[in-house]
Design a protein around this ligand. Structure first.
Ligand code: URP
Ligand code: ZN
Ligand code: ZN
Length: 458
């Protein structure tokens, strides 16, 4: 007898699609089979039953310049749950020279009691002095084996020497380096030159960060990671050439993983041309690209050269935050909202168009992020023993996206007006219903910090 049986749904795992019941006991998946009996049951006939989605790239409650991202741990994780995401990985952003372990403890304390879904944390490495690099091993042991580095952004970026030190230290500790790969010198030059020539509108944000800035940095990051013997995860790849550099590294046998995001798959730099200051709603880094790059990224996901779709959810209100940059694009806070709609967007525009199979959809949104970041098979798949984190997904639901429909704490969505076919009906985490038909119905603050280890399962 199970606590709950999900009856008669079409189960989609990374490997298979089949009709079965799913039995849950003690918050875990206990059985997949026919005719299972439970204290309670949910009819899933006509629905897809997929693993709770895992978003490996989220910035909640994160200071950026003079402001901070507008979703906090409570609002951001509720929005995630409403969209079928049951695990996310955010970041610890220690001050330069500060203790990594102390920053980790402070960030965990901030999420504790507020997050409604389980979460992990990546540790950001700045130009870290040796005493702080020495903490990396302890950070890995504390359950954070993934370290974020930036090759651009004033105050954050690592030169080659510092990046190599980070790669070597993380490799020695058995961890994985994430990299935001854009060429700093080129971007800084353009960020000064364009405004000086009167080119201040949001559209010039894209011109200040050309395709070559990403292509060069991905290639360089992969070469330095190879020399240091460090696994590398390239976040938010936006270009065909960035994706090709990851594919080349993988072909030569390197542990290099590539992530892209819905905004790079679905939107183009034309959004930055919107009238007035509206283009600011689409300012993120790397920037949206000319048409054509999205097709290359979809192909990368389908052929396995790109492994994951994260959201890089980093929301700012248009009124009151994005407009800090009315005078000049360099002052617009960088980032887009997106934590809620990822699973459904990838279904409509991936599975619905034939670009991805059902199983590839589950790979890129659920299983691969869980595998790469040490959460699999507890998260990211449907098998006995895994946490009962599930989405009952209605492939026929018609939903038009709007800020009113979504739960993100922000006054717009970059996907406003998009008509979706397919949307989560129910989201369960550890066997408990968190969201139903787009409304949060779970308890406050039940999310747990997930201790992770790199290389457990891939
Ligand atoms: O524009 C973006 N992507 N903002 C969030 C920070 C980052 O670079 O990932
Ligand atoms: Zn970034
Ligand atoms: Zn990011």
């Amino acid at each position: 007898m199970y606590d709950l049986v999900i009856r008669g749904g079409t189960l989609v795992t990374p490997a298979e699609t089949f009709t079965a019941d799913l039995g849950i006991r003690g918050g875990r998946i206990a059985a997949l089979g026919r005719g299972l009996a439970g204290d309670h049951s949910l009819d899933a006939a006509g629905l897809l039953v997929v693993p709770g989605a895992v978003d490996p790239h989220v910035h909640l409650q994160t200071p950026v310049g003079a402001t901070q991202s507008s979703d906090d741990w409570a609002s951001g994780t509720r929005a995630a749950a409403c969209g079928g995401t049951t695990t996310l990985i955010d970041f610890v952003e220690p001050d330069l020279g500060a203790s990594l372990l102390e920053a980790l403890a402070a960030r965990q304390a901030q999420a504790e009691g507020a997050a409604v879904i389980d979460y992990g944390l990546h540790m950001t490495l700045l130009k870290t002095p040796p005493a702080v690099l020495a903490e990396i091993q302890a950070v890995v042991q504390a359950g954070c084996p993934s370290f974020k580095t930036y090759l651009t952004y004033e105050g954050f970026y690592l030169d080659d020497d510092s990046f190599l030190s980070a790669l070597e230290s993380v490799a020695a500790a058995g961890g994985l380096v994430l990299v935001h790969a854009e060429n700093h010198a080129l971007i800084e030059r353009l960020r000064q030159r364009l405004p000086a020539a009167g080119q201040t509108a949001p559209r010039y944000h894209a011109r200040s960060r050309p395709v070559g800035a990403e292509a060069e940095a991905v290639e360089r990051a992969a070469a330095l990671a190879e020399a240091a013997g460090c696994p590398l995860y390239v976040v938010h790849i936006s270009t065909d050439r960035g994706a090709a550099a990851v594919a080349r590294a993988r072909r030569r046998g390197q542990a290099v993983y590539g992530e892209t995001c819905p905004q790079y798959l679905l939107l183009t730099e034309a959004e930055l041309e919107r009238p007035g200051f509206e283009g600011a709603k689409f300012v993120c880094s790397p920037p949206l690209r000319p048409a054509g790059h999205g097709d290359a990224l979809w192909r990368g996901l389908a052929d396995g050269n790109l492994q994951t779709v994260g959201t890089d959810h980093c929301p700012f209100f248009y009124q009151g935050q994005k407009d800090l940059g009315r005078a000049v694009f360099t002052e617009v806070p960088n980032g887009l909202p997106g934590v809620e709609a990822r699973l459904a967007l990838l279904y409509t525009f991936g599975v619905g168009t034939g670009r991805l199979t059902l199983n590839q959809w589950v790979h890129v949104c659920c299983a691969n992020p869980a595998r790469i970041f040490g959460l699999y098979p507890r998260k990211g798949t449907l098998m006995p023993g895994a946490d009962a984190d599930l989405v009952l997904f209605d492939p026929n639901a018609a939903v038009t996206l709007s800020p009113e429909r979504l739960h993100e704490n922000v006054d717009y969505t970059p996907y406003d007006g998009l008509a979706l076919r397919g949307y989560p009906r129910l989201t369960l985490a550890r066997g408990q219903v968190l969201a139903e038909d787009g409304a949060y119905v779970g308890p406050p603050g039940g999310g747990r910090f997930l201790k992770r280890a790199y290389g457990k399962d891939h």
